[in-house]
Ligand binder design. Structure first.
Ligand code: GAL
Length: 392
């Protein structure tokens, strides 16, 4: 009897690869080539990124996925097998290199005939491609809708519901193809939030799904994407995350305070932390923002509850996130271009479970503030944020 039970347990372990919960128990962390390199990324850039993730301390802070975005794809051979283009001479060797650094490697494709940058997509070759990725040693797939939208429209003109069904089926198809390979791969949906993807993402095996269009390296765009997450908290859970897009911390002209706000909100939102900056020229300031352990600990909190908005004003946004140790993370953002002093504007402590005030720790400053009350004055620089950890 005992033997029989052991056999059944062994069978279950062998036949079910890592579950979604195990694969992305907390929001995936890593680096992706798109935000900095876009279509110019090469094999050498990816190797260098892997080296720098290690030497900068980012890998040890949790950034373990090195993700190649669009433009690695070459042509298919006569058997339909996808090959890399000349920028990526040997994907298996590249994956081996990335793995040798204690990191994981991700890749990108589309359910359509073409990717967004007009390279070869996976339509009609899903199982073949998933197998190729598995043979290369890929650990993460970002699957970007792109040209498949045309297929949806052509096949079902004037029938948006049928188009949506077709989209879901396409995402399911690649999920099944990945499962069939037996290699665990984080499955990242990129279809810009169409058809309320947060409602069906888990059903098609997604570990994360983009909720919006693309980010860019401006405060305004980062804020638009942040505000679009209001109300989505209930759809996130261990294994399945809302993705407001990759980080732009360190890119463009984002100031120190804007980078702080960006990272603060991605922590509150339990967003995947996929950095997108130029690692070869990372300033100490950007590195310390990206690797702040206490902020990452909030992002990676094992309860897996995404934060939500508690207050929206002209100048101030307040968002909170419950944490596994019973504390609450509270983000206060000054979204205006003026230095903001919160005089008499409530911190909303009552609304987040602290009617009698709270013990507060200023996470970015690494400083205990003692007991705070709703009426306490907070000073927040323009486009800056304060991140507090509150306990009774
Ligand atoms: C977009 C996607 C970007 C990037 C790009 C590549 O659709 O949102 O994150 O992957 O395609 O072409």
């Amino acid at each position: 009897m005992r033997r029989c039970l052991l056999f059944v347990v062994a069978l279950v372990v062998v036949s079910f690869p890592l579950s979604a919960q195990q694969l992305a128990a907390t929001p995936p962390m890593g680096w992706n080539s798109w935000n900095w390199f876009a279509g110019k990324v090469t094999d050498a850039d990816i190797r260098k990124a892997a080296d720098l993730l290690v030497s900068s301390g980012m890998r040890d802070a949790g950034y373990t996925y090195v993700n190649i975005d669009d433009t690695w794809e070459g042509k298919r051979d006569t058997s339909g097998v996808i090959h890399t283009n000349e920028k990526f001479p040997d994907m298996k060797a590249l994956a081996d290199y990335v793995h040798s650094k204690g990191l994981k490697i991700g890749i990108y494709s589309s359910p359509g005939p073409q990717t967004c940058a007009h390279y070869e997509g996976s339509l009609g070759h899903e199982e073949q491609d998933a197998k190729t990725y598995a043979d290369w040693g890929i650990d993460f797939l970002k699957y970007d809708l792109c040209s498949f939208r045309n297929n949806m429209k052509q096949e079902h003109p004037n029938d948006p519901d049928a188009q949506d069904r077709m989209m879901r089926d396409a995402y399911m198809k690649m999920h099944n193809a990945i499962v069939k390979t037996g290699r665990p791969m984080v499955y990242s949906l990129c279809q810009y939030g169409f058809d309320q993807v947060w409602q069906w993402g888990p059903e098609v095996g997604a570990n994360l799904w983009r909720t919006t269009g693309d980010i860019n390296a401006t405060y305004d765009r980062m804020l638009v994407l942040t505000l679009a997450q209001a109300g989505l908290a209930k759809y996130a859970a261990p294994g399945h995350w809302n993705d407001p897009d990759m980080l732009e911390v360190g890119n463009g002209k984002l100031t120190h305070d804007e980078n702080i706000s960006h990272m603060t909100m991605w922590a509150i939102l339990a967003s995947p932390l996929i950095a997108g900056n130029n690692l070869t020229q990372m300033s100490d300031d950007v590195r310390s923002i990206l690797t702040n352990r206490d902020v990452i600990a909030i992002n990676q909190d094992k309860l897996g509850k995404q934060g939500d908005r508690v207050f929206a004003g002209d100048q101030i946004e307040i968002w909170s996130r419950p944490l596994s140790d019973g504390s609450v993370a509270l983000a206060i953002l000054n979204v205006s271009t003026a230095r903001s002093q919160m005089h008499g504007l409530s911190l909303h402590l009552k609304d987040v479970g602290f009617p009698k005030g709270a013990q507060a720790h200023d996470v970015w400053a690494g400083k205990d503030l003692g007991r705070i009350k709703d009426t306490d004055v907070m000073t927040i620089p323009e486009h800056g944020a304060v991140l507090l950890k509150l306990t009774k």
